[in-house]
Design a binder for this molecule. Sequence first.
Ligand code: DX5
Ligand code: ZN
Length: 228
Amino acid sequence: MIIAPSLLAADFTRLGQEAKRAERAGADWLHLDIMDGQFVPNISFGPAVVAAVRPHAKKLFFDVHLMCGQPEILLEPFARAGADEIIVHVELGEKVPPLLWKIRSLGKKVGLAINPPTAISAVQPYLGKIDLLLVMTVNPGFGGQEFIHECLPKIQQADAWRRENRLTYRLEVDGGINNQTAAECAHAGADTFVAGTALFQKRNLGAAIRKMRKIVGNHDPGLADLKI
Ligand code: DX5
Ligand code: ZN
């Protein structure tokens, strides 16, 4: 199971130290939310910030979530900035196939995200081409929102398709994830947990990460046989 604190909830005056804090606290990944003010009604940070943070957390896997309307112009800058995985949204429609191809050609892990209102069938054509499916459990744009429980069946469906087709994409959840909702998502088949408020805003980040990992670990849906 993977625990990925979201930098969006960190102290923006100390992002390098916050990334280091996450690494020292035992995080597996660092989730970096990139918002362009168009695809979502908020602006966060860009490739220069990711590049500045990168050397402070050399061991962390950088999971870059592009909530952007024109990710095609951002893939190379974020790849150069130190992204290990780049996630784009299925809501971008016909842009998706070339985007996935380009991320792969840059040598990065390929992630596809789906928003709460979008039917899970939208991602079916891509399941064999991705390393990670991100099922959003809030409408993207802001941290600290309430978990949307109606997204749970989408996680179950994505997990079922993974098993039926013997695919090995990771199943990530993001938005309103705390110990309670993480357990529900793990039970539904999720294996990768993004949390901002529930982790970064804790004084003892290490204890919070260990607690969440313990809770979701009890629901391990037998990932061993999926070899991921
Ligand atoms: C929302 C972002 C999430 C967010 C999670 O648009 O994609 O990653 O930072 O924050 P919490 O865990 O506070 O809901
Ligand atoms: Zn995110």
